[in-house]
Design a protein around this ligand. Structure first.
Ligand SMILES: Nc1ncnc2c1ncn2[C@@H]1O[C@H](COP(=O)(O)OP(=O)(O)OP(=O)(O)O)[C@@H](O)[C@H]1O
Ligand SMILES: [Mg+2]
Length: 241
């Protein structure tokens, strides 16, 4: 039974996009991506976002994660508009509450997998030994035990992706935003990663938003929303959960 059926719908909202507009202006045109787009993410759920390539899934995730200010509308985290706070708020919001897995990983090329995974904890001035222990634990969990000392240039796409997930989880964020975190993984590694997400969700009540093109992944999530023409609505995927 999905959590939706078992009562997720009554949970409090952790983060919410309200009537968000976002467009990109290039030399030739203005591309309207999000238009009056709204989405609620409930505390403790594992939410999937699906949609065609280019529809704006990454854009929506960046807006939710405090990485890209919308032109209009608001993003409310625990009821506070993250883009209307004083200087330094967004940085604290991202470092203190959010883990982000970028679609193209964004690992630091000159540092090892372990150093990359430790990085967010060091930014928060956490004890180096504890940061290392936590990063090592997560890298083992994502099957990267034997590659911790490799630099990103010495890793495969799927390995880089798993390091990016470990990095995003190192500070035990309240909310993990993951942009196609299994896009480069085979079934086995993908299933393992979703199992880890499920485990963390269960043990620590962490909330996850996962953009995916994979039906196999989407079927394992609590709820799946689809982005079409800037509007978010329940995916027909929900019917098969
Ligand atoms: N910096 C940018 N400048 C101009 N256009 C952009 C920029 N970033 C994204 N776009 C355009 O905005 C639209 C939405 O992009 P986005 O990356 O959010 O799509 P997506 O749904 O994540 O696609 P995919 O599934 O391929 O990752 C696309 O048409 C893209 O070409
Ligand atoms: Mg994308």
């Amino acid at each position: 039974m999905s959590d939706l059926e078992s009562g997720t719908a009554e949970r409090e909202c952790l983060i919410e996009a309200v009537n968000v507009d976002k467009s990109y202006t290039t030399q030739r045109e203005v591309i309207h991506v999000l238009a009056q787009t709204s989405l609620q993410v409930l505390k403790g759920e594992v939410l999937g976002i699906v949609g065609a390539s280019g529809v704006g899934k990454s854009t929506l995730l960046h807006v939710l994660g405090g990485l890209d200010k919308p032109l209009k509308g608001s993003v409310l985290f625990r009821g506070e508009d993250i883009y209307k706070q004083s200087n330094g708020y967004l940085e604290n919001f991202r470092n203190g509450h959010i883990g982000f897995v970028f679609q193209f990983f964004n690992l630091l090329p000159d540092f090892s997998a372990l150093e990359n995974a430790m990085f967010p904890a060091l930014i928060r001035n956490q004890d180096r030994r504890l940061a290392r222990e936590r990063a090592e634990y997560l890298l083992c969990e994502v099957g990267m035990k034997d590659r911790m000392n490799h630099k990103p240039g010495e890793l495969s796409g799927g390995e880089s992706q798993r390091v990016a997930l470990a990095r995003a989880l190192v500070n035990q964020p309240d909310l993990l935003l993951a942009d196609e975190p299994t896009g480069n993984l085979d079934y086995h590694a993908s299933d393992q990663l979703i199992e880890l997400i499920r485990k963390l969700n269960h043990e620590f009540d962490q909330t996850f938003v996962i953009v995916t093109h994979s039906q196999r992944v989407a079927r394992k999530l609590d709820r799946v929303m689809e982005l079409v023409d800037g509007k978010v609505s329940p995916s027909s995927q929900n019917l098969v959960i």
